[in-house]
Design a protein around this ligand. Structure first.
Ligand code: HXC
Length: 257
């Protein structure tokens, strides 16, 4: 498939999407959105893919939504064009997505990372929601997902002042899964993705869906969802195989069924 703003490749059971607009620090315009959604959706429909890595360049994961593309829009344009609606499709893929963040993850870039399931950060990573400096506010989930990730007061300070956090602060705040030396970021992302991709797909999909339920619903609803998803896995081959392998002290041979 031909993409202009991203690079897409497959390594084993892992799908890689690399944002590739170096001239704009990977600013997210509508073409990037359409291409990332298309690539992620295609990986999601491929049973040969068990995890996706989304990354950028050493200098920038993404420096935000494309300010030059947005500048002249009216409020009605943003509403009716559903300018960022495609990102909702990206957030909804059932395959786990690992964001490997190096350099700037600002505005929409930080919001895009938060649509992923795991955020691995290089020690050079910078996270923030600086939209307030532009006379707007986060528009791809930043006011909502950031609070769930790092709590109200920390999120409110970042959203209201536009201050940017370094990787160490982001890790302390709970925004990132883990910080690694910049030179090791992609290898580490690859290891995490391959680990996930080696598990049984039905259990991985169930785990992601249940984790999503925790972010999106009440505790009671989330617990009901978890109970059903947990029970359903006992009708899979791979649950019988995984537990037999434990009893027989050998590695499981999952068949994704
Ligand atoms: C368009 C961008 C861009 C962006 C950088 N560029 N960020 N273009 N949209 N978000 C472009 C610059 O214009 C410049 O191109 C080139 O990338 C390199 O950037 P520089 O500014 O020259 O680099 P540097 O001095 O190193 O500064 C890096 C930076 C700065 C601190 C990250 O670029 C910056 O502040 N960017 C904007 C960050 C931001 O405000 N993000 C939030 C956007 S609003 P030229 O051709 O000029 O040299 C948002 C809303 C999300 O994300 C919600 C949507 C619904």
């Amino acid at each position: 498939t031909d993409y202009d703003t991203i690079l897409v490749s497959t390594r084993g059971r892992v799908g890689w999407i690399t944002l590739n607009r170096p001239e704009a620090l990977n600013a997210l315009n509508s073409q990037v959105c359409a291409e990332v959604v298309a690539a992620a959706t295609a990986f999601d429909a491929d049973a040969g893919i068990g995890a996706i890595v989304l990354t950028g360049s050493a200098r920038a994961f993404a420096a935000g939504a494309d300010i030059k593309e947005m500048e002249s829009k009216t409020g009605l344009d943003m509403t009716m064009g559903d300018h960022f609606g495609g990102w909702g499709q990206f957030a909804a893929v059932r395959t786990p997505v690992i964001a490997a963040v190096s350099g700037y993850a600002l505005g929409g870039g930080c919001e895009l990372a938060m649509m992923c399931d795991i955020i691995l950060a290089a020690d050079t990573a910078r996270f923030g929601q600086p939209e307030i400096n532009l006379g707007v506010i986060p528009g791809m989930g930043g006011t909502q997902r950031l609070i769930r990730a790092i709590g109200y007061y920390k999120a409110a300070e970042l959203v209201l002042t536009g201050r940017v956090m370094d990787a160490a602060e982001a890790e302390r705040a709970g925004l990132v899964s883990r910080v690694v030396p910049a030179a090791e970021l992609l290898d580490e992302a690859s290891t995490v993705a391959e680990t996930i991709a080696s598990k049984s797909l039905p259990s991985v999909f169930a785990a992601k869906a249940a984790l999503d339920a925790a972010m999106e619903t009440t505790l009671a609803e989330g617990l009901r969802f978890e109970k059903q998803a947990f029970a359903a896995l006992f009708d899979t081959h791979d649950q019988k195989e995984g537990m037999a392998a434990f009893r027989e002290k050998r590695a499981p041979g999952f068949e994704n069924r």
